[in-house]
Write a new protein. Structure first.
Length: 528
């Protein structure tokens, strides 16, 4: 289904007609190190030498960028063609992949991205995905997992960037009529085309079927199909699921964002991602968007659990990954956002978390966390703006979808503002007359009863079913209270219950046995 739509949207002939003419570049001398890098990358891709490709991609490219092209573009397409003695039959995919690096660098480092660059980057993605998907047998291409993840991640980022760019266009901007016509073409960075690419990659790789088999302890290769057995398609399918999580989140559909991961057991996703992808940026992105989706669905317990899991994992692996990933700055930035969203969730739905995480959060944002716990609405808004992903809007002018997202969140905070104060009083007593506590809070007793009912309602929310079943889905849940304060009303008296539960060590050891058994199976499969 998705493949048909993809071919309708991504028609090569139409793109050739619409593609703006390349500007004339003045000939510039390319440093010898840059020329050597391009020739080595060209050879490594033709030889399908993944080890050399990974070293050139993750290390050499970034070092040369810092030295020669920190804020300027790399050599353009025509210069590269001359270096490699370009042959269309042999070098087409190399040129597409080089342009992927070229345009990604433009977006990341260059100050002003031109309309021409935005359009050409889109057309380059069209060529890449058509090459991968319009084939009856797997393409002869191998890339490191990090590059595959970056392709999917950057594809969604550039779609988001173009959407914001288009929404902010004003008559005062100095754009030619040709540029405006190209920008407003419905086929350019169309949301349906982006969705079709991701779903097509998922379908082509049979990744959902493979994950089901993996979760049941069976061999995924038995259902992988011709394409899914190739690591290239398998990983693109896996990363496309995470891409769909992100895309649906920035489109504002948080339920569907979680739904696309129904075959990924989030309690085991760290092990899966380590063994299958080994891409830390993918792991952090997954937990960031899953936690945010849970938070916006008022599933605070699940959001807290999700964020706590990834933060504990990052704490334990930081000494290793500090030296193994060139994206450590981006990962640290997203980690800071996770801490801020976790602080919001804990302020709205207090509960116990890992002491090391709580200590780190207090060190990073002590004053802010105190204000959040006190119900400072302005602080909630500031922290939320800094930490949340931006919902995109397809309407011209201001981003109304993003503002609407903030408005909805602040409405939730306003509803709980008084409840935070009530909770602080309830923690000090075991019984208390309604009238007396209402007097302390300077609230009419009848209105105070409504606040108590509201407190009960807000502290009850859907949370993931507590089970050790490997087939449990992220949206399988039960209605439960996660509050550290519980009470009931008998006539005119409030009876506050002790909610502290003795730890159940049996469950803890069972979970650890289950995880070690899974890790053993993963390592065994890797060795095979």
């Amino acid at each position: 289904m998705y493949q048909d739509h993809l071919e309708d949207d991504f028609d090569d002939e139409e793109f050739d007609e619409d593609l703006p003419e390349s500007p004339v570049f003045a000939p510039t001398k390319v440093p010898d190190q840059i020329r050597d890098f391009i020739l080595m990358l060209h050879k490594a891709l033709l030889d399908r030498n993944v080890y050399d490709i990974q070293n050139l991609y993750e290390n050499t490219f970034n070092k040369l960028t810092e030295t020669y092209y920190k804020h300027t573009p790399w050599p353009d397409e025509e210069q590269v063609k001359q270096m490699i003695n370009y042959s269309k039959e042999v070098d087409t995919i190399f040129l597409i992949l080089y342009k992927d690096l070229y345009f990604r660098h433009v977006y990341a480092r260059c100050q002003n991205i031109t309309t021409d660059q935005r359009l050409k980057s889109f057309f380059n993605y069209c060529e890449l995905f058509n090459y991968i998907l319009r084939t009856e047998e797997p393409v002869p291409l191998e890339l490191p997992n990090q590059w595959l993840w970056d392709i999917i991640d950057e594809f969604i980022y550039q779609f988001q960037s173009f959407t914001f760019f288009k929404a902010k266009l004003t008559p005062n901007q100095n754009l030619s009529q040709e540029d405006l016509d190209n920008i407003n073409k419905p086929s350019i960075w169309n949301v349906h085309a982006v969705l079709n690419v991701l779903y097509s990659l998922v379908e082509k790789s049979n990744i959902n079927e493979q994950l089901k088999e993996f979760n049941n302890g069976r061999n995924p290769d038995e259902v992988a199909g011709e394409f899914g057995r190739h690591i290239f398609y398998k990983m693109l399918g896996y990363f496309s699921l995470i891409g769909l999580l992100r895309l649906h989140s920035i489109l504002g559909d948080h339920y569907l964002a979680i739904k696309v991961l129904e075959n990924i057991d989030l309690n085991r996703q760290q092990l899966q991602s380590m063994a299958i992808s080994r891409v830390l940026a993918c792991q952090v992105t997954t937990f960031y968007y899953v936690g945010f989706a849970y938070m916006m669905m008022r599933r605070y317990s699940d959001a807290i659990r999700t964020y706590s899991n990834i933060l504990v994992y990052l704490q334990r692996t930081k000494p290793i990954y500090n030296y193994r990933t060139f994206q450590i700055e981006l990962i640290e930035k997203q980690t800071e956002q996770i801490y801020k969203l976790l602080a919001i969730c804990l302020a709205l739905h207090p509960q116990r978390i890992d002491e090391s995480i709580l200590t780190q959060m207090n060190e990073k944002m002590h004053d802010s966390f105190v204000k959040l716990q006190a119900g400072d609405v302005k602080e909630f808004e500031n922290v939320f703006r800094q930490a949340c992903p931006k919902i995109i809007s397809f309407l011209p002018g201001a981003n109304k979808s993003y503002k609407h997202q903030i408005t909805i969140f602040l409405e939730e905070v306003e509803q709980q503002h008084k409840l935070l104060e009530i909770r602080s009083f309830l923690k000090f007593y075991t019984t208390m007359p309604i009238a007396k506590l209402a007097e302390f809070l300077e609230i009419d007793p009848k209105e105070f009863q409504r606040y108590l009912l509201c407190f009960k309602h807000k502290m009850q929310n859907f949370a993931a079913t507590k089970t050790l079943d490997a087939n449990a889905k992220p949206l399988e849940n039960e209605f439960q209270s996660g509050s550290d304060v519980d009470f009931y009303i008998d006539k005119d008296m409030i009876h506050i219950a002790d909610t502290k539960v003795a730890p159940r060590y049996g469950d803890y050891f069972l979970r650890q046995i289950y995880r070690f058994d899974e890790l053993y199976r993963i390592v065994s499969n890797i060795n095979v």
